[in-house]
Design a protein around this ligand. Structure first.
Ligand code: SF4
Length: 364
């Protein structure tokens, strides 16, 4: 592995900064979080943009900011309302961590997002990338903001062949950005790098002929832009088989359950479901037994009406979904409710269970 100083040796740093920043000034997309430099809005947008495309984030960002326009609005909102506003964006721990961190900013820092890397990065859910993005965009501090896109772009521009899937490679790129970032305009430098990765130097077909920094790009010069970045493959996600049921009582109310307050999709609502094992017997028997023992409800199931697949980064859910009825009244608790179908939309469900609901409504 080469040292960062050796990598940027002979690189025309000032000219590169100038070409990147002047391109960003002219060509940047108009995005709602670019309308001002409010650190709270920059923070919300950067958390939403993790693992999620810009087009998807725009309506969520607008809705979220209209519901929680300030740090104090979000700090003391009901968690269910925050999750509802996040519903469909996935990776719900981002929303919970954001709210916890915003509450800390409200209580410990008088509602002002702190300005030092040490303080910002100590907040829940704020890693080195978000720290760099907030500090540079909102406060003009020359701090690297290095994510997978920036590593891809820089590995091409500087012809770096280290594996970007390895955590230590991120450190190398952070050191490189420390050396090449504009001290006069770190905000536009970092945003320019992100924008270049989003619209020009894309993963599979970089538009080199339109690229504002092509003259600086070593991969282009060597004709190896399609071989970079080097990224080792992750393990295939583990497949899990589940059976779920949309169950109604004699008044047509639907049984829903709130997931545990820790772990995957914590505190979101779901239709009753259980992981099944085909070697034990038919899935509907396992589902029936589970609902009886967990919720104390006897049920009758119809034939399955859909199967839903949902892919997470580390696992895949394959859900066989039944409809059915409860043969007795359920005893409602905080985490178990029988709700009229028309009121289900007030509850925050993960995407897989929103899809179950859509299919259920279609078939009725
Ligand atoms: Fe990416 Fe091509 Fe531009 Fe190099 S010249 S930064 S490979 S788009």
């Amino acid at each position: 592995m080469k040292q960062s100083k050796d990598i940027v040796k002979d690189f025309q740093i000032q000219q590169f900064q100038h070409d990147l920043i002047s391109w960003f000034e002219k060509e940047q997309r108009i995005l709602p979080w670019r309308q001002d430099q409010d650190p709270y809005k920059v923070w919300v947008s950067e958390i939403m943009l993790q693992q999620t495309r810009v087009d998807t984030v725009i309506p969520y960002f607008n809705n979220f900011i209209s519901k929680f326009p300030t740090i104090s609005d979000l700090a003391y909102a009901r968690e269910d309302d925050v999750l509802k506003a996040w519903e469909g964006l996935g990776y719900y721990s981002r929303a919970r961590n954001l709210q916890a961190a915003v509450r800390e900013v409200h209580e410990q820092y008088g509602g002002q997002v702190p300005k030092t890397p040490e303080e910002i990065s100590s907040l829940k859910g704020v890693g080195p990338y978000t720290t760099g993005a907030i500090l540079s965009i909102a406060y003009g501090v020359p701090q690297p903001a290095v994510d997978g896109n920036v590593m891809r772009v820089l590995s091409r521009i500087l012809s770096v062949w280290d594996d970007i899937a390895k955590p230590k490679t991120r450190k190398v790129f952070e050191e490189i950005v420390h050396l090449i970032i504009s001290k006069e305009n770190p905000s536009y430098f970092n945003q320019g790098m992100m924008e270049l990765g989003a619209i020009v130097c894309t993963p599979t077909s970089p538009s080199c002929l339109l690229c504002p920094v092509r003259e600086h790009c070593r991969a282009f010069e060597e004709g190896v832009q399609n071989q970079l970045p080097v990224k080792s493959k992750k393990k295939a996600p583990k497949a899990i088989q589940l059976a779920a049921a949309v169950l109604t009582d004699c008044d047509g109310n639907v049984l829903i359950h709130k997931r545990p307050n820790k772990g995957l999709l914590a505190n979101l609502w779901e239709f009753p479901n259980v992981e099944v094992d085909a070697t034990i017997g038919p899935d509907y028997q396992q589902l029936q037994a589970f609902i009886q023992s967990e919720y104390g409800v006897n049920i009758e199931l119809d034939a399955p009406f859909t199967t839903i697949q949902h892919v997470f980064s580390h696992l895949v859910w394959n859900i066989n979904v039944y409809s059915g009825s409860m043969t007795e009244e359920v005893v409602e608790q905080d985490r178990l409710k029988a709700v009229p179908l028309s009121q289900l939309e007030a509850y925050a469900f993960p995407v897989s269970h929103q899809n179950i609901l859509k299919e259920y409504v279609k078939k009725r």
